[in-house]
Write a protein that binds this ligand. Structure first.
Ligand code: GDP
Ligand code: ZN
Length: 363
């Protein structure tokens, strides 16, 4: 196959000039480029210009779990051989990482080279903005551009109510497009398809938020039901040829891995900062540069809450995510962990003392 037709074949999977440039040294060694569509136990499936290739990952299984090859990676594979090996993969543009619950909290890589993180939020239940913010932090942290999709919009028939809900989410999500979608009636599906029509996307969100329905709508087939049926044998087998990465008929690529489906806590420090850009901006006006916005004098953030500029709920959500994230990071660092505990206890006591002083002054 000529290199031009190879480029065309791979373009559907997101291959572009920058990837080709980055790959040039590997091409010079006769290696083939391909995108990893599935990984399991020392093997992976790589889609190349010649079709799907099964390759051994022994060369790209380093001790650092964040550097193992994962779905979405652009791999350099042997042109032939039995087995063929993934020799290396191109530096990632973005990466979704989950922090593991193990003591060695190094994290686990879930997906690579994702451009859009679509956060599905169901309108069938009451909006939980804190949860939306949590998913957005994770999305920003990966390097992907977040998008919020308010699913099941048909359940909110009143356009004024719907507009308010969209506005609430927009306030909690600076810099993030918010699209109401009804998979049932088709509203908003085209807008979403256009958005994910370039680059690579993932769907995040709570179970029941409507991710499978959206994915099926975008893919035009029941891709997700197939996956559920496979998982239902309870053995978590990954021996079928199901891919975790597929091309969409309207363009673009969708990644859906079991790991991404069950998101927990993530190392999302920068992400938290981006979700709460308004708070971080306000914090620049605090008297102390390390102000925790708890009981410090001259706190611009608490002033904003008192003035009704910043919702109290949002500050609470911010604190919670910052702490959670500190804890995740500290899991790998015993000294930092004990320092944080001390710090939290001190703040807890200070907070209690302040509360008691207040109560005393009222009496
Ligand atoms: P997932 O767990 O996030 O993959 O959610 P599913 O896609 O399985 O959807 C959960 C439930 O919501 C299912 O019963 C769907 O039929 C329903 N659902 C999904 N999209 C819509 C929609 O646009 N409108 C309505 N009314 N129900 C929907
Ligand atoms: Zn402050």
């Amino acid at each position: 196959m000529t290199s031009t037709s190879a480029q065309t074949a791979l373009a559907r999977y997101g291959w572009d000039e920058d990837w080709a440039d980055a790959f040039a040294p590997h091409a010079a060694h006769g290696l083939l480029p391909g995108r990893v569509v599935r990984v399991d136990r020392g093997q992976c499936d790589v889609v190349t210009a010649d079709g799907i290739v099964r390759a051994d990952t022994a060369f790209v299984t380093p001790h650092d779990p964040l550097r193992v090859v994962c779905t979405g990676d652009w791999a350099a594979v042997d042109p032939d051989g039995n087995p063929r090996y993934v020799r290396t993969y191109l530096p990632r543009r973005t990466a979704f990482v989950r922090s593991t619950s193990s003591k060695r909290s190094e994290g686990q890589i879930l997906a690579a080279n994702v451009d859009h993180a679509v956060v599905a939020v169901s309108l069938a239940v009451e909006l939980d903005l804190g949860r939306v913010e949590r998913f957005l932090a994770l999305a920003w942290e990966s390097g992907a551009q977040p998008v919020v999709v308010l699913t099941k919009a048909d359940l909110v028939p009143d356009p004024v109510t719907l507009a308010h809900l969209v506005q609430d989410v927009e306030t909690s999500a600076p810099g993030v497009p918010v699209i109401p979608v009804s998979a049932l009636h088709g509203e908003g599906v085209d807008a979403l398809a256009a958005l994910v029509g370039t680059g690579t996307s993932v769907l995040l969100g709570q179970s029941g938020a409507g991710k499978s329905t959206l994915a099926n709508g975008l893919a035009g087939t029941d891709v997700m039901e197939v996956r559920a049926a496979r998982d239902s044998d309870g053995k978590g087998r990954h021996t079928t040829t199901t891919r975790n990465l597929l091309t969409l008929p309207s363009g673009g690529v969708l990644i859906d891995t079991p790991g991404l489906r069950g998101v927990g806590m993530y190392d999302a420090g920068h992400g938290v900062g981006q979700v709460f850009a308004d708070i971080e901006e306000l914090a620049a006006g605090c008297r102390f540069h390390d102000c925790a916005h708890e009981a410090e004098p001259g706190c611009a953030v608490r002033t904003a809450v008192a003035d009704g500029v910043l919702p109290d709920r949002r500050l609470e959500s911010y604190r919670k995510l910052v702490r959670e994230n500190q804890w995740t990071v500290a899991k790998s660092n015993a000294r930092l962990r004990s320092e944080l505990k001390k710090d939290w206890r001190r703040r807890g006591l200070a907070g209690k003392a302040a509360g008691e002083a207040k109560r005393r002054s009222w009496n």
